[in-house]
Design a protein around this ligand. Structure first.
Ligand code: WTA
Length: 648
């Protein structure tokens, strides 16, 4: 039996939603779905109001998802301009540098001025409505200015996380045919400098990129010189001096694209998840307000990077649409030391802190003294996202960080969902450590078995969504067929999440993890197929298979089995070479934790790699290999077990 943490009466009294209101509104949101979303749509400003609410078909032959589609709006105007009459001098963004001595407050007025300037710079570089712009940025305010500037002029941004390599960046520039890359000379993390501009230079040289890329806009973020290419590169600060201060907003249809964000799938190259304007903003702002119980004047901090969906929806679009104060942190949790997160909470009087289980586990390992040396009195709510949070980490977060005073919202969602779908609401939901609890308003999850049969009551199965919500992705950029195949083909007429889940007797959901070949490394998605194809691209590698294994801090680690070309012998030097190779091909976030050289991989007689067996070996479950009667060469497995590499 898992523990239950009842809702604190004082929290419930001041919260936007209490438990009975949750049930009432939830039921109403399903019973009168259009009426619910019609009303919620009005939380943002429209240029031309909508009369249509949803136009959705999950049928494979006619798959389309449209929300508020006859309305027009501008997302940037909603996040910035509309707050000016009342909040011009309120802080929109608190920026905290990697170096603890650097921080600044950016008001809504300043945000407006900066975004307009950036938007005019984009126009001066020939960017207009519908063009794609790739951002490869540090966690500095200019990253937010750039996103909002794109939204202002109707350009579609594609943010690529700074931990991806030049190769990965090039692939993403080509896929969406970006004409502009916005970057910085360097990014600063944990006292180290990362040469972002150099990676962009390398990406620009990769075949195919120059077909699209016209300019690179560089924000100066260091005193160190960088290489310069006069025909491509522009300093932002120089361009900004040459453009007008005012920039009108572009009127966009609700279904015009807002951004593309690449994410790993179980097969092939990353998919460009496409989100549109109206529905996405309604959903991001609604969930931000209710899940975090955001009240005016709260200081809200999401520790994610803007390179991920969490940064898009819950650092930038949700909070700013709500006129909130959002904190943006350039650095890492353990620099200068492992107190940093909690020092930031004290320094800026943070009320709501939203982070990832991997960070919690890493800090927990360093001991309580790093937490206890800070006051954290301002905290009233804690959040978790990215992967299942193990009950030990939950309990530590609750007891030590929150001193048993702050509810924890364990929010389940995905790049594809645009916003949180399953989560406690702090004033409404008794908590169970490790459970994402109940669906948000308008969300109808279900569990199905392998045949697509819906399971009722207490059950475990594949997690699907039976109906749409406004924040749902609309397509895979440039590949609608892949969209249909990935999400709507496994279970007829429903959105398939790729996750497994359990539902308990209280109707609480417990996410058990991916049911496909996607790994979750420190809360970051990585397809095994991507790492495998990076490895087999190495001239010495004949074949590779990648599986996950339980990792104390990262949640999952990357275990790779590699077969070398005939006559080659595996050794430490080659291991290092392969690690470097994968980091170059994909980026540091795909670094293999373990490489095991193997004379052969376990295959069925028809030649399919039996990953199930590799997974068991990686997990140390030798006794549990299951049915191996279909193996072509059983001896292969004995060798794999005998040469099992030790976990790090
Ligand atoms: C996992 C991140 C359990 C899940 C917002 C999902 C979680 C994938 C949780 C999406 C959670 C995210 N509990 N698992 N609270 N949140 N996941 O696209 O497997 O980077 O499918 O979006 O992370 O990862 P993504």
């Amino acid at each position: 039996m898992s523990k239950i943490f009842p809702v604190d009466a004082a929290v419930a009294a001041s919260a936007l939603i209490n438990e009975s209101k949750y049930f009432e509104l939830y039921q109403a949101s399903l019973d009168n779905n259009d009426a619910f979303w019609a009303e919620q749509g009005m939380r943002i400003d429209w240029i031309k109001p909508y009369s249509q609410i949803q136009d959705v078909s999950y049928a494979k032959s006619d798959l389309h998802i449209r929300w508020y589609h006859d309305g027009t709006l501008n997302v940037c105007a909603n996040c910035v301009d509309r707050h000016l009459p009342e909040k011009a001098s309120q802080t929109a963004i608190i920026w905290e540098g990697d170096n603890p001595e650097n921080s600044k407050h950016i008001t809504y007025q300043t945000l407006f001025d900066e975004v307009c300037r950036m938007a005019n710079v984009l126009k001066s570089l020939n960017v207009s409505k519908g063009d794609r712009v790739t951002l490869y940025m540090p966690m500095i305010p200019e990253a937010v200015y750039a996103m909002l500037a794109c939204a202002r002029i109707g350009a579609i941004h594609s943010v690529v996380f700074g931990g991806f390599s030049a190769d990965a960046l090039a692939g993403r520039i080509i896929d969406c045919q970006s004409k502009l890359v916005i970057t910085a000379d360097f990014s600063h993390r944990g006292g180290k400098s990362i040469p972002l501009k150099k990676n962009v230079d390398d990406a620009a040289k990769i075949a195919g990129v120059s077909d699209y890329l016209e300019s690179v806009l560089v924000v100066k973020n260091s005193e160190v010189a960088v290489d310069w290419n006069d025909s491509l590169d522009h300093w932002y600060h120089q361009k900004a001096e040459q453009v007008p201060a005012e920039c009108p907003v572009e009127e966009m249809s609700a279904e015009d694209p807002l951004f593309i964000l690449y994410t790993s799938g179980s097969t092939g190259k990353p998919k460009g998840v496409l989100h549109t304007s109206g529905g996405y903003l309604v959903y991001a702002s609604l969930t931000h307000q209710y899940v975090f119980d955001y009240h005016p004047d709260d200081i809200y901090w999401c520790t994610a990077d803007v390179g991920w969906i969490t940064g898009h929806s819950y650092i930038v679009y949700g909070p700013l649409a709500n006129g909130a104060t959002t904190l943006m942190f350039e650095g890492v949790p353990n620099y200068p030391d492992s107190s940093r997160f909690w020092q930031i909470c004290d320094k800026h009087q943070v009320n709501i802190c939203y982070t990832a289980p991997t960070a919690i586990r890493a800090l927990m390992r360093e001991g309580n003294s790093y937490v206890e040396s800070t006051s954290r009195l301002s905290l009233k709510l804690l959040g978790s996202v990215g992967e299942p949070i193990n009950p030990e980490a939950w309990q530590w977060y609750y007891d030590v960080v929150g001193e048993a005073k702050c509810p924890i919202v364990d929010t389940w969602w995905q790049t594809e969902t645009g916003g949180i779908l399953i989560s406690p609401l702090p004033g409404a939901t008794p908590l169970k450590p490790g459970s994402a609890t109940r669906p948000f308003f308008g969300i109808e999850p279900a569990l199905v078995d392998g045949e697509g049969k819906e399971l009722s009551g207490e059950a475990e199965g594949n997690l699907i969504m039976k109906r749409s919500w406004p924040g749902q992705m609309r397509t895979v950029y440039g590949d609608h067929q892949r969209f249909i195949e990935t999400y709507f083909s496994t279970f007829e007429g429903a959105y398939f999440t790729g996750d497994g889940a359990k539902r308990d007797k209280d109707n609480y959901y417990w996410i058990t993890g991916r049911v496909d070949d996607v790994l979750n490394i420190s809360g970051h998605r990585m397809g095994t197929a991507e790492v495998e194809s990076a490895l087999v691209a190495h001239p010495k590698v004949a074949e590779a298979a990648v599986v996950g294994y339980p990792h104390e801090i990262k949640g999952q680690g990357i275990y790779t089995f590699v077969t070398l070309n005939a006559g080659l012998e595996g050794n430490e030097a080659l291991r290092d070479e392969l690690v470097k190779w994968v980091r170059k091909e994909i980026g540091p976030i795909a670094t293999p934790d373990i490489i095991q050289f193997a004379p052969g991989l376990p295959k069925t007689r028809s030649g399919k790699i039996m990953r199930r067996i590799l997974r068991k070996i990686a997990e140390d479950e030798f006794a549990n290999l299951g049915d191996i009667s279909t193996l072509a060469e059983p001896a292969v497995v004995e060798d794999l077990i005998a040469n099992r590499q030790n976990k790090k």
